[in-house]
Design a protein around this ligand. Structure first.
Ligand SMILES: [Zn+2]
Length: 417
């Protein structure tokens, strides 16, 4: 992994060249840590401000609420504690209340350090779920990562970056990534320029020195650059962090990054190298934690967030806008990122028992400049009655429903944003 700086540079150059080649532009992505518009930030000093006692205090405070299953009083108390801590740091804090199947309700918490870049700062998220498995103390799952996020927020709250940094604390994770599902729904509706998500879950278990020097990073192919970026950061500050990042592919079939992947976002999953045998048991307690290890992971996370915050990454970010009807199905694909999106494959699928013509339309958008959108239209449709609409563009998918009468599509209803 010693050559990761070069690998990152090459990957970013390839991404940029791919994105700009059709225009013949010569812009090359700049992934250098410092930038002209934000004050120079001494990342080594940020790492050195990470204090094990601070992290441990946050963790002990969380564990003092008792087991924190979603919708319990303890979970609610933990959410108040987290939001109060973030507010006391002077961060802008937003609560997203959600209910699920009328029996489960809870709150996602989001704290934001707004980016300084005048044009469209990208958003980078540190995601740490704060609920836990019923009956488990939830120290490693996921108290340690929540404590790390609070520790990082406290240090970064006095700094500003080019890009926006958000700390997101969802609940409902143990019941099927519910909090994250609602968080992403809202981000989709707002067309938030979320460029990368680091999901930290299980970051405090290691029983040997060797395992305490390694951290796993799971990704999907679209997000591999973020693994390389994080790995490169671990290498760059190895003397101050002491962790080897181990790229581990996409074979992690649990935790919140799955929802981000499913919705076409860039996300990685940061997880302890030696997976705890205590997950979801009463033994997931402080005495079985390695807080020194969690503190090292915390150092890697703060360095990576600060590097991302300062970066000038060139990334296209697509959203599919509201679906409309009329003669055919119509919408537009927008690019809220920082580089041109090119060769975007799209499909509009209209399915129903009595749809006869125009069930599938496909095309390729040559390019969409940052801050602009391109319209897409289905071909001629002929049918009757209810139809399901599925629109894809690049890695993004949007679904809806409508009624079709002859060649007219009535009242399309967006079911996912
Ligand atoms: Zn977890």
């Amino acid at each position: 992994m010693k050559n990761y700086h070069n690998i990152i540079t090459i990957i970013l150059a390839i991404v940029t060249i791919t994105c700009t080649s059709s225009q013949g532009l010569s812009t090359i992505a700049n992934n250098k840590p410092s930038s002209s518009s934000a004050p120079t930030i001494d990342i080594i000093s940020l790492i050195e401000q990470v204090n094990q006692t601070t992290l441990l205090t946050y963790l002990e405070d969380l564990l003092a609420f008792g087991t924190r299953p979603t919708t319990s009083a303890a979970c609610n108390n933990a959410s108040l504690y987290i939001s109060n801590e973030l507010t006391s740091m002077g961060l802008s804090v937003r609560k997203q209340n959600w209910t699920h199947n009328t029996t489960m309700y809870s709150t996602n918490i989001e704290a934001t350090i707004p980016g300084l870049r005048p044009n469209n700062p990208l958003i980078f998220i540190l995601n740490t779920h704060y609920d836990c498995w019923p009956g488990s103390p939830g120290a490693d799952d996921n108290g340690a990562a929540v404590a790390a996020a609070l520790t990082i927020a406290r240090i970064l709250s006095t700094h500003s970056f080019n890009n926006t940094i958000k700390f997101v604390f969802p609940s409902g994770q143990e019941q099927g990534l519910l909090g994250t599902t609602y968080y992403i729904q809202e981000a989709n509706a707002r067309h938030e320029p979320i460029a990368g998500v680091i999901n930290a879950d299980f970051i405090g278990y290691a029983t040997t020195t060797s395992n305490g020097n390694k951290i796993k990073l799971y990704d999907n192919s679209q997000s591999r650059w973020l693994t390389a970026f994080t790995d490169g950061t671990a290498d760059k500050y190895k003397d101050y962090i002491g962790l080897d990042a181990i790229p581990s592919g996409n074979n992690a079939n649990y935790s919140d990054q799955l929802k981000y992947w499913a919705q076409g976002f860039n996300a990685i999953f940061c997880r302890e190298y030696q997976f705890t045998p205590n997950a979801h048991t009463p033994q997931d307690s402080l005495e079985n934690m390695n807080v020194t290890y969690a503190t090292k992971v915390c150092k890697l996370l703060i360095a990576t967030l600060a590097e991302l915050g300062n970066s000038d990454l060139q990334i296209p970010l697509l959203y599919i806008d509201t679906i409309s009807g009329g003669f055919g199905v119509h919408t537009s694909v927008m690019n809220v990122g920082t580089s041109t999106a090119t060769d975007i494959n799209w499909t509009i699928a209209v399915t129903g028992k009595t749809i006869f013509i125009g069930k599938i339309s496909t095309g390729v958008l040559a390019q969409i400049e940052p801050g602009t959108s391109a319209q897409i239209h289905s071909r001629f449709i002929l049918g009757f009655g209810a139809a399901n609409l599925t629109i894809t563009a690049g890695a993004k998918t949007k679904t809806g429903q409508a009624s079709v009468f002859l060649c007219f599509v009535y009242q399309p209803l967006n079911t996912t944003s």
